[in-house]
Design a protein around this ligand. Structure first.
Ligand code: HEM
Length: 438
């Protein structure tokens, strides 16, 4: 094909258009042997719309209403009653990390697939889909530190940790495959979406009206929804856990959060029938400055994604002057970036939400390349707003209704994993806070 390209150089655009039209909207073009030239031409909207579509669905009004409703309901019906039971029994202790990871697993599965797997139910049942995702994450960590050829060989042999991955993928495939089939039926039966605005239903429904897109194949739906699950559940659970750990060490911050919560109009709060516990309207929480600042401060010190990996495609000099070569891996330590004196000043190790608030009492703008916990640039996190809704709804309800203390002697330290979990969990003592909302 190269000679044809050279012959058509003067009318390159028209030539490329005719070849693309005659192919399946995309084609490859290889250069002379050993030239290293590999071109991929495409005019297929599907190849460029993937991220934009996810962004559109996540930020759409329909999904935002669904997000607020599901998040608040989960906190009201499951999280608060669970903590009330813990508070009322024996020493009132639990592993708060386990509780928050179960909470965010249930919430994220509801938002992505439209069903609640019930990880936070009484007795903390083992849910095969959740177990499979945990196993897959463990294997991904092993893969990320081994040479490519080594783990591919182990995978071909189907032994050791790669066997675990095969079993995990089978369970994940089964769960997602069954859910896709049910959602397709539900969307078809209703002739469109009605009550559930979960992302899977939205993808299926959106495709139905989109003449250009063609049928969304199940493999694409599986990969997309799985990506959203992995990106959304542990990150938010980890963020909540470290936030409460920091609160136990900074009671002054708790008092300020409570004072700010008292500014919320009682019409925007709900007192649950169970034991007079209070929850808040996520939209009202969205305007609170101090709560937002405290969460950002926690995400700065304990970013749920502690290290970002970037592959190098071509030799390049970085702005710092360092040269990188193709095949190199760049590891951006978001954890370290949040603790650099050069970036955050002398008090960089302190938990001080005030640093996010300007003299006018409003939140200060901090560029994403400085506060990089959600990444920066074109691959920035798509779920940032969604995460803040969940974090604020959970954090406000727990702070208002419970006092949380770290169990004395329990050692808190980060685990070496893709997501910044606590190695020994977070053993906390929970007590009811009997202060009524004003
Ligand atoms: C506190 C919670 C969260 C944090 C700290 C966080 C952080 C990040 C970071 C650092 C990345 C870049 C990863 C990389 O490129 O290696 C990322 C990407 C992403 N996040 Fe989040 N995330 C959070 C919650 C969520 C939620 C709730 C969702 C939605 C389900 C989500 C969806 C995504 C997606 C889809 C990407 C990939 C974007 C792309 O590559 O185009 N995240 N997130």
């Amino acid at each position: 094909m190269l000679p044809a390209l050279l012959a058509n150089l003067p009318r390159l655009h028209d030539w490329v258009t005719s070849v693309l039209a005659a192919s399946t909207l995309s084609f490859r073009l290889a250069g002379p042997p050993r030239s290293g030239m590999q071109l991929f031409f495409t005019a297929d909207p599907a190849n460029i719309r993937h991220r934009a579509k996810a962004q559109l669905l996540i930020s759409g009004p329909r999904f935002r209403v669904f997000l607020s409703r599901c998040t608040r309901r989960k906190v009201e019906r499951d999280l608060l009653p669970l903590l009330a039971r813990v508070a009322g029994a024996g020493a009132g202790e639990c592993d708060l990390q386990d509780v928050f990871l179960r909470l965010t697993f249930d919430t994220t599965t509801t938002l992505v697939f439209g069903l609640d797997p019930g990880c936070l139910a009484v007795g903390f049942p083992e849910v095969p889909f959740a177990r499979a995702i945990d196993d897959a994450m463990d294997v991904l960590l092993v893969r990320s530190v081994l040479p490519l050829s080594w783990w591919k060989l182990v995978r071909r042999l189907g032994v050791g940790y790669e066997r675990k991955m095969t079993v995990a993928w089978r369970d994940i495939d089964r769960f997602i495959g069954d859910t896709i089939a049910k959602r397709r039926e539900a969307v078809k039966a209703r002739g469109g979406m009605e009550d559930s605005a979960d992302l899977l239903s939205s993808y299926i429904d959106d495709d139905k009206d989109d003449d250009d897109a063609g049928a969304v194949v199940d493999a694409f739906l599986r990969d997309t929804t799985m990506n959203l699950m992995l990106a959304g559940r542990d990150t938010t659970g980890s963020a909540l856990t470290w936030f409460f750990y920091l609160l136990t060490r900074n009671p002054g911050v708790v008092s300020k959060i409570l004072a700010e919560l008292d500014t919320i109009k009682t019409t925007a709060t709900t007192t649950t029938t169970l034991d007079c516990m209070v929850t808040y309207d996520p939209d009202e929480l969205g305007r609170l400055v101090y709560l937002h600042a405290a969460l950002c401060e926690s995400l700065r010190l304990y970013p749920p994604v502690p290290i970002e990996h970037k592959g190098v495609a071509a030799a390049e000099a970085l702005p710092s002057g360092h040269e990188v070569r193709p095949g190199d891996k760049i590891l951006v330590s978001l954890y370290a970036m949040g603790r650099m004196e050069a970036v955050w000043g002398k008090d960089c190790r302190e938990f001080r939400p005030e640093r996010w608030i300007g003299e006018d009492g409003k939140l200060q703008y901090v560029p994403s390349y400085r506060f990089a916990s959600f990444n920066a640039g074109p691959r920035t996190c798509l779920g940032k707003d969604m995460a803040f809704v969940q974090l604020k709804t959970g954090a406000a309800a727990v702070v208002r209704n419970f006092e949380v203390e770290a169990v004395p002697g329990h050692v808190v330290e980060p685990k070496i994993s893709i997501i910044l979990h606590m190695k020994n969990g977070f053993k906390a003592r929970i007590k009811r806070r009997h202060v009524m909302n004003s």
